[in-house]
Ligand binder design. Sequence first.
Ligand code: SAM
Length: 268
Amino acid sequence: MKFEIVTIFPDFFRGPLQHGIVRRAQEAGLIDIRVHDLRAFTHDRHRTVDDRPFGGGEGMVLKPEPLFECCAAMGLEPQAARRAPGAKESVVLLSAQGRLFGQETAEELAALERVVLLCGRYEGVDERVGEHLADREISIGDYVLSGGELGALVIVDAVTRLLPGALGNQASAEQESFSGRVARREEGKPVSTCASGGLLDYPHYTRPAEYQGLPVPEVLVSGNHDQIRRWRRGRALEKTLRNRPELLERVALSEEDRELLAEIRQRQ
Ligand code: SAM
């Protein structure tokens, strides 16, 4: 899969893409990341990428021409093809006014062959870019950043984790918070590392079994996989109820989930 990042600060990406899973995914040839300097697509002596807003107002706005020219140089499919069902490419404009990025969008992007990430700066980007060049506008949260670069990094990381082979253990991606897979029992075999099924992940512990008088929950060292599975599901439900109750409305709860929730509510 190919990521193409368009930015006025190409050096911003020097460090963050050279660590951990994203680095290994590049080395393994699972992803290819190209960073394009927007100023390379200007034609004046000052390499101007911004201008004053029509109608007056604060700050400067990123001009449309360098962004359109940069994308034209990439040889993308026409916008109509990119917006059609089954498209393999998408041009994303990072924007505080975009649709909120979540695991579902990450999964959608992970199914593509090429994702272009346009990073805005200043007061934002000429609206014609959002309307006629980008296929979608994505926000990474309800706050205003100084530029789209951090958003681009968030998307590259979240999408890369979902690509087959990117994680040492593929099951991890299926069990993490927000993962759409539902907890399941294989035939006759209780699954103690149950998938989140759209909930927040359950709590994790590792050695030492006791640290500064703080023991790990006894059930986790019991060796009883069914009890471990039930405990983990209970803690995932509890944490979701406490921190992100709205998620509970979107997931398919099993009979056992409802029992566990009733117990949790009774305890509270
Ligand atoms: N005037 C804009 C507004 O109020 O919506 C904010 C512009 S912001 C200072 C500059 C650039 O940062 C944006 O063009 C966008 O690319 C990026 N940006 C800011 N907040 C973002 C967010 N929450 N998600 C993604 N990108 C963001």
